[in-house]
Structure formats: structure tokens, C-alpha cells
Design a protein around this ligand. Structure first.
Ligand code: TYD
Ligand code: MG
Length: 455
């Protein structure tokens, strides 16, 4: 039989090698390359040798399959992001910056699931049991039948979970877990990868749903390899601006529901409170119509969400003008500025540009383009947009406006909140009457001419 080849991999970046070296070519770190044990045993063609496997059973696509059983926590914002509740035997990763509120959210979720009859175990690798109990007391959850442990040894955790067979196990956090078959410190890439692998395969094997908490690095990745995101069924990000009371739980991947769904929460002294009408909350601090302020009618997942975009444009005292964005993509801002200059002849050179999405919301939809352009122009020209108007639409590099999806839903939400007119791209699906004056335009030049009388 062929000999199993020896492989090595880097603890820091996960690069694999067939011989040891002192420095990893992938990430440049020293002394991070170690021989693999068990987990990756080399390419299958070499390891399998000549032994024959058994034949797979193939099925049709039409095989009837019942939808997976789901359990609701009763926290509607969480259940929606999960795609309608927690699916049995699923593995979920909840990522977010340290201190954003992940442990608080999951302790609340654990208590709700436990109260609704699910056997729930919460394993904290970061806090002592007493600390978690104190938090539960402060959140008014001390009476919930959640089983608690403070542990980081993965072998002990798996043994306990296997014996207890709960419906849900929460592991806070994956970076603190320690698998004793991997020779590197907790939090290293190979530890995170091995622990996540063990826990997700345990979920599939045993039918226990597992929620893993993960810290996110500065550049927005879950600290550890991206492979953790591939292993789990669902990846949720818990995000928000420090100093703002809003927190948003966003599904970025979901095998059991729509991605891009969001749940909105408000941070309070008693923990996270659901925000069932986010548009009203995001717009609640809006004052009189002012130059630079535009209301964007967006869609987050299956739900329309209105929020305010604020722009400030001022002559720059610096040799290189500033572009500062909070809550939106800075590359996309540069694109809109370039289109305004190239297609409409409106230069922003020598001007500092600041763009902010009010309330700590993060927008990822391209349909915000037109609202951003409107805010920038409104700030630059010092002209406020007509009152009670919402804006949405995607801008292409040619300056043409592309119709957005779900126009009808956006308009309905705007009307519900007292808006009377909307500016949107021409084309797309016709919409029914709903009390909103829809002002459609086909390109950015037309928009600039009509709204700002320039172009
Ligand atoms: P925590 O849940 O510990 O954050 P993470 O697990 O993501 O690191 O929350 C950080 C702090 O914020 C903690 O001291 C509790 C406090 N907090 C509240 O007071 N109210 C809230 O609603 C939330 C979410 C957090
Ligand atoms: Mg925590």
C-alpha cells in the first residue's frame, strides 16, 4: 500500500507544504510551520491506494424532503435572520467586533430558546460561570433553564454535549477553544479551524444545533481562516457603531433562508431590545429638511428599511481632499464622485467630502447610489431636497440610472412613514397607486437638471 505522505501547514495562515521550513512563504511568519496530524492526510489519490470504496446511493432531485424542523426563540428579529427559526442540527457562526454585544445577544437567545422548551447549553470560554450568572441576573434571565459551563477544552465540551444531547449548544467563543490534538495556542488559525470542524461535524452527527461565536478582525474577517465560514450553515454578523445604540444582526450566508436579512436591536441597560420598526427608529432623529440630508428607501433582505444619508462638502484645506465614509463603501463613493464629474461636469476636486449613514446603519445595496449622489449634490449646492421625498436607484458608470428591485415595497414603506414623493429610475416593473408621487428619471444628468436646476 502507498505510504501516507507527510504534510506540514502554517499555524498562522493555513498554507500547506510538503516539507518543513522555518518561515512561511504565505504570510512571512517564523516558526509557524508544523507537521499535520490526522486532519489533512494529503491528496486522496495517494492516500487511498488501491483499496476499493463502496458504491454511493444516488437519488433524484425530485425526492420529497420535508422542510427542516425549526424552533422559534420568540425574539422575532433573531428568528427572521435565521430564516424563520433555528434549524435542528445546524451550525451557525455569529461574528462581530469584541464588545459589540455578542455574548449579551446569545445569552438572551439561549434564555428564550430554553424557555420555549429547547434544552440549551451555554459554554463560555471567555468568562467565568459567575460572570455569566451575574450578566443573566442583570438581564432578568436568571430563572431561564439554561445549563451553563465555563470551559475551553474541546474534548471535554464534546464529551459533555454527547452525553447531554441538548437541542442547542452555544460556544462563546471559537477563538478560546483548545483542541488537544493540535499543537498551537488557542486562537491560532489551526486551533480555530480544528475546533470549528469538530463542532460542526458534531452538530451534523448528533442533531444538536451549535452556535459558535467568533471575533472579527479589523478588516472585517472572522479572526481565523475563512474556512470556518465555509464549514457552517449560517454566518451572521453582529454589527453597529460604538457610541450608537443600534445593533444590527445580518445574515451574510444562510443555507436555510435568505441571506442579507437583518434584525435590528437597540442596546439598553437591560440588554438588547428588538426594534420592530427600524425605519421609524432610523428617521426619528431627523430634523427639518436640510442641505445634504436625503432619505434612502432601501431593502434589507425581505424588509424595506428607510434611513437618512448625510453629506457634508466643504473646501479642503489639505493638498489632498478628504473622502470620509461611515456606513457605506468608500470605493462606491469614489465611483459616484467620478460619475458626477465625468457625466454631469460637477467636479469635487479640492472639496472635502464626508458621508454618513445616520443611526449606525451599514448600507450595502447599490440602490443607494442615487440617494448618495443626491446627498452629495444637495450638500455641494447647499440646496435641500423637496421635503418628504425618498430616493433610490443604482447609477451605472455611463451615468444611466438602473431600476431597483422591489420598488413597490420601498414606496409602501415610505408612504407608511408619511413621505409623499419618491425619486427613482425610470423603467422596471410598473407600480400600483399608493399615494406617493413617483418622479422617474433615466439618467443622472436629467436628475441633476430637474432637482438642482444645473447640469
Ligand atoms: P458583550 O455582550 O460582552 O460583547 P461581546 O461578547 O461582543 O464582546 O457586551 C459588551 C458590553 O456591553 C458589556 O459590558 C455589556 C454591555 N451591554 C449592555 O449594557 N447592554 C446591551 O444591550 C448590550 C448588547 C451590551
Ligand atoms: Mg463576549
Amino acid at each position: 500500500m502507498a505510504k501516507t505522505p507527510v504534510t506540514f501547514s502554517c499555524n498562522s495562515c493555513g498554507a500547506t507544504y510538503n516539507k518543513w521550513s522555518g518561515r512561511c512563504d504565505g504570510c512571512g511568519e517564523w516558526n509557524t510551520i508544523q507537521q499535520d496530524k490526522g486532519i489533512s492526510a494529503g491528496p486522496p489519490s495517494k492516500t487511498l491506494g488501491s483499496k476499493r470504496g463502496s458504491a454511493m446511493v444516488l437519488t433524484d432531485l425530485s425526492t420529497k424532503e420535508a422542510p427542516p424542523p425549526r424552533s422559534q426563540s420568540g425574539i422575532a428579529e433573531l428568528d427572521r435572520v435565521l430564516g424563520g427559526g433555528l434549524v435542528a442540527a445546524s451550525a451557525i457562526l455569529v461574528g462581530g467586533d469584541p464588545g459589540i454585544g455578542k455574548s449579551t445577544l446569545l445569552l438572551q437567545a439561549a434564555a428564550h430558546f430554553a424557555r420555549s422548551g429547547l434544552k440549551t447549553i451555554y459554554v463560555s470560554g471567555e468568562e467565568a460561570s459567575a460572570q455569566v450568572r451575574m450578566r443573566a441576573q442583570r438581564l432578568g434571565l436568571a430563572d431561564a433553564p439554561v445549563k451553563l459551563a465555563a470551559e475551553t477544552n474541546l474534548r471535554d465540551i464534546l464529551t459533555t454535549l454527547d452525553a447531554e444531547r441538548p437541542d442547542l449548544a452555544i460556544i462563546d467563543s471559537i477563538q478560546t477553544m483548545w483542541a488537544d490534538n493540535v499543537e498551537s495556542a488557542p486562537g491560532s488559525v489551526s486551533q480555530v479551524r480544528a475546533s470549528a470542524h469538530e463542532l460542526t461535524s458534531f452538530a451534523k452527527r448528533s442533531g444538536v444545533s451549535v452556535i459558535l461565536v467568533g471575533h472579527v478582525t479589523k478588516d472585517g474577517q472572522i479572526a481565523g481562516p475563512r474556512v470556518v465560514e465555509h464549514m457552517v450553515d449560517t454566518v451572521l454578523y453582529f454589527e453597529g457603531e460604538r457610541g450608537h445604540q443600534f445593533r444590527i444582526l445580518r445574515a451574510v450566508k444562510n443555507r436555510f433562508g435568505p441571506a442579507d436579512e437583518i434584525g435590528v436591536f437597540e442596546m439598553t441597560g437591560q440588554g438588547l431590545a428588538e426594534v420592530t420598526n427600524p425605519s421609524a427608529h432610523f428617521l426619528s432623529e431627523r430634523g427639518q429638511p436640510a442641505a445634504g440630508s436625503v432619505v434612502f428607501a432601501g431593502i434589507e433582505g425581505t424588509r424595506p428599511v428607510l434611513c437618512e444619508l448625510q453629506a457634508l462638502v466643504a473646501p479642503s484645506p489639505h493638498s489632498q481632499a478628504r473622502r470620509t465614509v461611515v456606513g457605506w463603501d468608500s470605493g462606491r463613493l469614489a465611483m459616484i464622485l467620478a460619475v458626477l464629474e465625468a457625466r454631469c461636469g460637477i467636479p469635487f476636486a479640492g472639496l472635502d467630502v464626508y458621508l454618513n449613514v445616520a443611526g449606525g446603519m451599514k448600507i450595502t445595496e447599490p440602490a443607494a447610489d442615487l440617494a448618495v449622489a443626491a446627498a452629495l449634490l444637495s450638500a455641494r449646492e447647499d440646496v435641500a431636497l423637496p421635503a418628504e421625498t425618498v430616493v433610490f436607484g443604482e447609477i451605472s458608470l455611463s451615468g444611466a440610472l438602473r431600476p431597483a428591485t422591489q420598488t413597490e415595497n420601498r414606496l409602501k414603506e415610505a408612504q407608511k412613514l408619511g413621505f409623499t414623493s419618491a425619486i427613482a429610475p425610470a423603467g422596471g416593473k410598473p407600480v400600483g397607486k399608493n399615494g406617493i408621487t413617483l418622479n422617474t428619471m433615466s439618467d443622472l444628468t436629467g436628475f441633476v437638471g430637474e432637482i438642482f436646476g444645473a447640469g
